[in-house]
Design a protein. Sequence first.
Lengths: 415, 415
Amino acid sequence: MVDSRVEMQIDFARLRERLDALGAVGGRPDGGNSRLALSDADREGRDLVVLWMRDLGLEVGVDRIGNIVARQPWSDDTAPVMTGSHVDTVRAGGRYDGNYGVLAGLEVLTTVIERGVELARPLAVGVFTNEEGARFPPDMMGSLVYAGGLPVEEALATLGVDGAAVGDELERIGYAGPLPCPGPPPHAFVELHIEQGPVLEHHGVTIGAVEGVQGISWQELVLTGEPNHAGTTPMSLRHDAGYLAAAVAVTAREIAAEMGGDQVATVGSMRFDPDIINVIAGEVHLTVDLRNTDEERLRQAESRLVARVADLAAEEGCGVGWRRLARFEPVAFDSEVVGLVERTGTRLGHPVRRLSSGAGHDAQMMARLCKTGMIFVPSHRGISHNPAEHTEDADLAAGADVLLHTVVALADERA
Amino acid sequence: MVDSRVEMQIDFARLRERLDALGAVGGRPDGGNSRLALSDADREGRDLVVLWMRDLGLEVGVDRIGNIVARQPWSDDTAPVMTGSHVDTVRAGGRYDGNYGVLAGLEVLTTVIERGVELARPLAVGVFTNEEGARFPPDMMGSLVYAGGLPVEEALATLGVDGAAVGDELERIGYAGPLPCPGPPPHAFVELHIEQGPVLEHHGVTIGAVEGVQGISWQELVLTGEPNHAGTTPMSLRHDAGYLAAAVAVTAREIAAEMGGDQVATVGSMRFDPDIINVIAGEVHLTVDLRNTDEERLRQAESRLVARVADLAAEEGCGVGWRRLARFEPVAFDSEVVGLVERTGTRLGHPVRRLSSGAGHDAQMMARLCKTGMIFVPSHRGISHNPAEHTEDADLAAGADVLLHTVVALADERA
């Protein structure tokens, strides 16, 4: 029996077909996907996935925040091994982010059920509401509510960028379910996802065994100088918010270099005012995104940044205002699950690499409830949240097979 | 006779009244002025000034590009000593930039005529068309055409930011005059202007004897990197156009510091794309404004910038495109006129400082035709091209008195 399971593979043709069918819902002419959370397109995407779930004979439940959990029928309430992800996208996203994890999860259940594989625990696949946060902040809303990290009433009252409320939109699209939040803890949770970064491709590796999710520190700085004439103001009399902004961005890069490891630092947004060629900038808004897998080191990066910006601003005679936009501590995945993913990938003949996730995922919320891990497959050129997002079919198939054997191993666990 | 001239002063109450009356045309609620070149407000402003010129008995001529030159009636064609400036403003400008030079010039002629002062040469005051260039590029258009630096046909065909042509708009507002361009060379030209910079105020000085106008080099850089996820892309795999832009701005500042003297360098405009907190910038447009009074040193600054940007871009693995937006060589004013302004200011009891102009002025075009100089008065906090532009009344009066005695001295010259 064990040997036959090693040979077991998902049906990639079927997975490919479903990826294409779901990708056609809210599909864009450029090959991308647009299914903002709780939009009509999101409803259509959900309906399609639920149809497939029911066709497979799964028990489909929807909770108050709209999370869909489909599980194998079971004689008792044994905690399932759960996989899944999300089907909402950013406004102009790709076809794999989230969708791949849901449909590969469904493919895993389909394979196990069709083959009549007997397991100690049922399998379940979840579709979490509003993972992207592109319409309703914060992101990973559904899994956060499922895990008890955000009261459901608060989530339902959230207003979107278009002024609509989550609760109203859930009602409107028919996904305001009856099941309570937080949801029941699974035995384990494993999420399969595209990397959304260049590391696996760069190293020629097919499978990423994800050790955890980086902690995130997002801050906005407002730098205030004096808008003066670029020709008539001597260098010594300048209070140039534009120069200060540039110096801050260079400092952020230096901090990442000094700290090394997986510390990253990005100034992705910078807005000059008045933004005119011959006027010294009087005000600049910029953002700093710092991430580290280690909370202590992330705090170090933050405090270095604060100290150096203060020095730079004093030198330039400018003011600095700070606003914290987001702050999440790093999440470490279960070492047993990480090891299992790594061994499974290797056993199936794929090059494997441990890495941490720089992006947020539903799995980091589920890690509050049960032992959790993630599997990554390569993203071509690291591109994501973009219609150009791409992963090779062979990698998509490999990831789904690793997911299959990982959840099967976990579902063999009795304790 | 000479002694009585030393005592001679302009009538500041009258000048103040005229500044306020002209400031009310196209006046803004915030105290600023909006009289874009060849707009209805520009026509109203011109009409008012021409009315005052005619009231004084001056001979008023308008040339094909709309420059207005008013001169004392004279028995022969002796070349006049000319002063003047412009009355157009930027979209939201102040009340003194240009207007002060025209009205103080008119005040000087009024004073000389009312007192019956006999001079060897007539005085003239000019109003040059479209000095600001805010509606129709390039700036200093009228004086450039007057001095023969731009064919009048070409200037008349210029299209504005609103699609209108200079020639049509001149006809429309009634200032398409019959006099030929280039215009007749005066004996000398002296322009009085607010500094538009902080140097005089910073040094507590009332009168600036302007030695010349800085050369200007304007360039736009388009930096091309790879837009990737700020969390998932390791520092070593980044091609961050935003970081490169910041490094370029810091380098521009360093070049100015190394070169010293009056070299200035400004990155006033920077636009990130996609300009999102968690996406590494894929493309940045930025401008670099370099100025120096010495052409050779300005060229050095330009070549240092090109070399260092190439190195920085290669390190970051980014592309760089350069586009030259403007390039003017420095202009040196006539040393005799500069010395005369300096001595005159001192003789009238004002603290005087030599300095160069960082902004462009009509005088730099007239310097092609005749010996030329400029007089500056302080600008509060260096602010200009802004409704907050301000100069104290005492400084406005001092500048007009220095202009009076400077042009009188030049108009006493027979050769």
